[in-house]
Design a protein around this ligand. Sequence first.
Ligand SMILES: NC(=O)c1ccc[n+]([C@@H]2O[C@H](COP(=O)([O-])OP(=O)(O)OC[C@H]3O[C@@H](n4cnc5c(N)ncnc54)[C@H](OP(=O)(O)O)[C@@H]3O)[C@@H](O)[C@H]2O)c1
Length: 292
Amino acid sequence: MRAVQIDVHGGPEALVVREVPDPQCGEGQVLVRTVASTLNPVDWKTRAWDVGPALPATLGWDLAGVVVASGSPEFAVGDRVIAMSAQVATGRGTWAELVALPEHLLTPAPKSLALVEAATLPLAGTTAVQALDKLRLQRGDRLLVTGAAGAVGGLAVQLARQAGVEVDGLVSRPEHVEPVRELGAGTVTHLVSDLPERAYDAVFDTAGVDVTAALVEGGGYVSVSDEPLPDVPGAAKSYVQESAKDLAALVELVDAGRLRVRVAEYHPVSEVRTAHERFEAGGLSGKVVLLF
Ligand SMILES: NC(=O)c1ccc[n+]([C@@H]2O[C@H](COP(=O)([O-])OP(=O)(O)OC[C@H]3O[C@@H](n4cnc5c(N)ncnc54)[C@H](OP(=O)(O)O)[C@@H]3O)[C@@H](O)[C@H]2O)c1
């Protein structure tokens, strides 16, 4: 089978599409024929930075595909599934034509989406769910999401709205204002200076921007960015954990028509280097999907 691997850390040229042995499907595992994955920031960081499992390594966290062999009573051949695999910690990359994963990582794919769209959900969606959980928001709270046009931010805006929270968004550029408003945000701006002072009960920072002046005293602050936390009492980082339960909750919302996914571009896996270049250039409104 083909897989996208790196032998060294570096630029997009470090990505190699090569033949590797097919994985075996052990007891308690499920073998999935990959239909699609997506690019997440962690993928280019793992490619470029000296982090992650021993090399050579297969990259990729998101998986959408069809079960082709099953060592689990929960999944049968032909099932459409999605999963998030914490590649950096476990070395189980999903950018391969066949992926063997422990059964507890898999979730039936949304019925209302094509698998190439469903691939956008696992990492970004699970991250948004877990970070919002940390903020313990109540109905009527005011939340500011930074990077609200991004993959995590865009899903967080929608999830918080579903929970009855008033959500505003900070984006990187004016053309992202309207798309984020369409996701349910109230006020959306690309200027930190436009944000009201001491107005938000909580901040979810996905962009690493200093918006502390907009937070009420004692407000909640959760970040998934690489930037150091600001000097806010109780501010916390959130690190996404593999969770089929959180993924299943997202699938339910998607199938109920209450959560939208957004795709910016599709690239065949043979063009994975171009996909990385495109993704790192930024400015996208939606995910970059890799097709297998
Ligand atoms: N800790 C964890 O477990 C975890 C999990 C998932 C993601 N993350 C991290 O969370 C971050 C977001 O991930 P993602 O998948 O949502 O990435 P993404 O899809 O690239 O979204 C990031 C968004 O932030 C915007 N942005 C950048 N600088 C900004 C600024 N100064 N003000 C407002 N918006 C700004 C970007 O706009 P442009 O495209 O115009 O630059 C983009 O829309 C990444 O750093 C990622 O590594 C962490």
